[in-house]
Design a protein around this ligand. Structure first.
Ligand code: ZN
Length: 292
């Protein structure tokens, strides 16, 4: 499937295509404008984090991957090649819903290979100043997110959700990127948000949002859940655990994704056939070597 749009930060036009990939290939970005050079979506290739998550391999980069990654992992896509003809994933409407639509239109093929999940057995946590993120054992992938800003219209929001394909599509995917009006000029001075507009971001002014309406009363915290789900895709396996984050951002999320893989005594890889609806004990599998 193919779609076209502009990059939120670069403002550049871009065409994106999703192509089937064989088992074990994971999610890979391919720069068609650079002769097909590829960047895998994993913690070994985290690139620039500037109000968005970037990936990099050698000099090849792909920016603002998080909303697409959130849609892919939430809809059960483990293997896909994402082709781009520009460095930044299109922002579309600022949410993940356009990507959900694309994936639904394309259809999903179940491959003849077991899916492996990363099941957390012991808590893992990371604190950076007033930002915190942790994951705790749970039988499902759940996210609790809380945000706090010093703004009269957005002080504190918190939400817990058990992530399934359906709950993601209905409750999380439509939530859009947001920013504060007073930050827009700073972002532009730094060469960011060049493609930003009220068509693809919620902008919070002093007296209200500049857009016509919010999609949810708590659209902001829902978007933070969307972001962390996308950033957690860099772990490389669907995670089974309860992720709890407070005031995080892409730098914290992606550092934490790498930390989870490093703390390998805190989790095991389990076969998906033992996870789906069965009460059999999940079989522990050997941990594969880190891919490069
Ligand atoms: Zn986002």
């Amino acid at each position: 499937m193919t779609c076209a749009g502009i990059g939120l930060h670069s403002g550049r036009k871009v065409t994106l295509s999703l192509r089937p990939a064989v088992p074990g290939s994971g999610i890979r970005f391919r720069r068609q404008d650079l002769g097909g050079l590829e960047v895998p979506a994993d913690v070994n290739h985290i690139g620039a984090i500037n109000y968005a998550t970037g990936l990099m391999r050698d000099a090849v980069r792909v920016d603002t991957v998080e909303h697409l990654l959130a849609a892919l992992v939430s809809l059960g896509i483990d293997n896909v090649t994402v082709e781009l003809n520009s460095p930044e994933v299109p922002i579309m409407d600022g949410s993940a819903s356009p990507f959900v639509y694309l994936i639904h239109e394309a259809g999903v093929k179940e491959l003849d290979a077991p899916r492996r999940y990363l099941k957390v057995h012991r808590p893992i946590s990371l604190t950076q100043g007033d930002k915190r993120i942790a994951i705790y054992p749970s039988d499902h992938f759940k996210v609790t997110y809380s945000i706090a800003f010093d703004h009269p219209l957005l002080r504190h929001q918190s939400r817990t959700i058990r992530l399934t394909a359906d709950s993601f599509v209905d409750e999380i995917a439509p939530a859009r990127t947001f920013t504060f009006l007073k930050e827009v000029e700073m972002l532009r001075r730094r060469g960011l948000a060049r493609g930003g507009s009220l068509e693809n971001a919620v902008v919070i002014g002093d007296t209200g949002v500049l857009n016509n309406a919010l999609r949810f009363d708590d659209e902001f915290v829902r978007h933070k859940i969307l972001d962390v789900v996308g950033d957690m895709a860099l772990v490389g396996y669907p995670v089974i655990g309860h992720l709890v984050a407070h005031r995080g951002g892409h730098a914290l999320h992606t550092s934490f994704a790498a930390q989870i893989l490093e703390e390998s005594e805190a989790w095991t890889l389990v076969d998906g056939r033992t996870v789906a609806g069965s009460d059999r004990a999940a079989a522990a599998l050997p941990v594969p070597a880190r891919a490069n």
